[in-house]
Design a protein around this ligand. Structure first.
Ligand code: PEP
Length: 247
């Protein structure tokens, strides 16, 4: 039995005051019988760490550099994330693939850099609406995951995978539990061929997960929790999703 993992992706939202209120709300609502993390904007990581002291909620970032260190203005290395206690880093989110032209290989290199510093990469894969309509869902997610498996080698069993259909992110459209499970099963089979850890690896679903659809999604055999965007910004909504994961 895999323990569920729920990760909040705050994206580029928040302020010191809003974050303090959100984190206080989560502290009050928890703990849950599930692993819970928040991936926050870089400037707020240190304060988030302080606010979460003494709780079981861990924290992380939303991106990292593929480089170790050096003249890469504006980038943040995984060594730095590790240094400030980040447990997770999201890599390959569809917004970064789309707006920053991140390739499958760059995403894989970022995942490798994260693991090298003990930060668990949450590797996002997912098809666009056009790709789904063209019947390419399986091919797209397998191609995206294959690059990471190939680059990480035997360490690939250490990552978390997040299936996030692009058409479901921030749109209010959610994959049905059956649609999501079908893709998760494909990803699990691909992992199975690559690592003997496939049975314990967590594959999260992300895309308009809300309090009222979380339980059904999380009940699917290969869905091990969620990557939550919009609903992670309200303590009540996010904690309801964490409760759903704990059932
Ligand atoms: C996300 O950005 O990872 C996400 C799943 O967003 P939302 O929950 O808002 O669809």
């Amino acid at each position: 039995m895999r323990r569920k993992l729920v990760v909040g992706n705050w994206k580029m939202h928040g302020s010191r005051i809003a974050n303090a209120q959100l984190l206080a709300g989560l502290k009050e609502a928890g703990p849950w019988n599930a692993d819970v993390a928040v991936c926050v904007p870089f400037p707020y990581i240190a304060e988030t760490a302080l606010a979460l002291t003494g709780t079981s909620i861990v924290y992380g970032a939303q991106d990292c550099s593929a480089h170790e260190q050096g003249a890469y203005t504006g980038e943040v290395s995984s060594a730095m994330l590790s240094d400030i206690g980040c447990r997770y880093v999201i890599v390959g989110h569809s917004e970064r693939r789309a707006y920053h032209a991140e390739s499958d290989q760059l995403v894989a290199d970022k995942a490798k850099a994260a693991l090298a510093h003990g930060v668990t990469p949450i590797v996002c894969v997912g098809e666009t609406r056009a790709e789904r309509e063209a019947g390419q869902t399986e091919a797209v997610v397998k191609r995206q995951l294959a690059a990471v498996i190939h680059t990480l080698g035997h360490c690939c069993g250490e990552m978390v995978v997040a299936y996030e259909p692009v058409w479901a992110i921030g749109t209010g459209l959610t994959a049905t539990p059956a649609q999501a499970q079908a893709v998760h099963a494909v990803l699990r089979a691909q992992l199975h061929a690559a690592t003997d850890r496939s049975g314990v690896m967590r594959i999260l679903y992300g895309g308009s997960v809300k309090a009222d659809n979380a339980a059904e999604l999380f009940a699917q055999a290969d869905i091990d929790g969620g990557l939550i965007g919009g609903a992670a910004l309200k303590a009540g909504d996010f904690s309801a999703i964490c409760r759903a994961a704990a059932q």
